[in-house]
Design a protein around this ligand. Structure first.
Ligand SMILES: Nc1nc2c(ncn2[C@@H]2O[C@H](COP(=O)(O)OP(=O)(O)O)[C@@H](O)[C@H]2O)c(=O)[nH]1
Ligand SMILES: [Mg+2]
Ligand SMILES: [Zn+2]
Length: 272
């Protein structure tokens, strides 16, 4: 039977398969290859004897928290208290896109803004959507649910941005069919060493935030450039870094306000 590891405590793995949970031990031949199963791993289990028999190839994995096969990352971005930090948002987008994970922006606390400020945020949402990034407000629970369906999800964002609030809101939407693992949400404390995935409809969501803007330090300039979708235009030089080169289309588009000034400034800062 094929399933996904949703929890690990030392050598005991909880595997979700066909909407049931199995407490398994690892007995597969992967041990000879020095592979240790991680939360998020797709596995083949012997559901009679509760053994993990086989580890499917990983598409990616994250160190802190330890989790494999992340499909998407919800970037929880507060627009007030803590104040909107576009540089941080762009940094997280850069790191997440570089790791081939789908970013989803979720703005929170829009209700704390005045009318003009709200208009500005609407423009910002339109811009990020235009460059191909799914962007929502935390009120759009249905849209978020649809966007994370059938995926393994990690949340990231500043302390106080509203991560726990959103998770609780998603969980409340379940009303009836609350799955056994989603009860994990209600726990007040958990050890930081263990990550656990809880089931929300067809999604599996990590209970520990992941990614850090600091991770950008390991990227080259070219790698940084490649994570900006709106920079994929034809400049005079194919290897244009969009800084001082003549006839740079990215600089021109920024001057014409077709590329967001804050995005271009973030890019310059990261490259520097
Ligand atoms: N006004 C307002 N407050 C919010 C919103 N989202 C979260 N909060 C509040 O912000 C504070 C921090 O939220 P929390 O979910 O604990 O943030 P976390 O540190 O990212 O988990 C709490 O007092 C929440 O009630 C929102 O959309 N609007
Ligand atoms: Mg929290
Ligand atoms: Zn250029």
């Amino acid at each position: 039977m094929e399933g996904t590891i949703v929890k690990q405590i030392s050598n005991l793995y909880t595997v979700e398969a066909n909407n049931k949970l199995y407490e398994c031990r690892a007995r597969g031949k992967f041990y000879h290859d020095k592979l240790t199963p991680l939360v998020g791993d797709k596995v083949i289990i012997d559901d009679k004897n509760n053994y993990i028999l086989e580890l499917k190839p990983r598409k990616n994995y994250l160190d802190r928290p330890s989790i494999a096969n992340i499909d998407a990352c919800l970037i929880i971005t507060s627009v007030k208290s803590p104040n909107l930090d576009l540089n941080l948002l762009d940094k997280l987008l850069c790191v997440i896109i570089h790791n081939k994970i789908k970013p989803i922006i979720c703005f929170t606390k829009i209700d704390l803004l005045n009318r003009n400020e709200k208009k500005e945020i609407k423009k910002l949402i339109k811009y990020y959507q235009k460059i191909g990034i799914q962007t929502f407000s935390n009120k759009e629970v249905r849209k978020i649910t649809k966007s994370i369906a059938n995926q393994i999800i990690v949340l990231t964002g500043q302390t106080g941005a509203g991560k726990s609030t959103l998770l609780n809101r998603l969980n409340k939407e379940l009303n009836l069919a609350t799955s056994p693992i989603s009860e994990a949400l209600g726990r007040g404390v958990h050890t930081t060493r263990h990550v656990e995935l809880f089931k929300y409809k067809t999604s599996l969501i990590a209970d520990t935030p992941g990614f850090s803007a600091i991770d950008i330090d390991s990227l080259t300039k070219e790698e940084i450039k490649n994570t900006f979708p709106e920079f994929k235009v034809k400049c005079e030089y194919d290897d244009c870094m969009h800084i001082k080169e003549p006839n740079c289309v990215v600089r021109k588009l920024t001057e014409e306000k077709k590329i967001l000034e804050s995005r271009y400034q973030s890019y310059l800062k990261f490259v520097r």
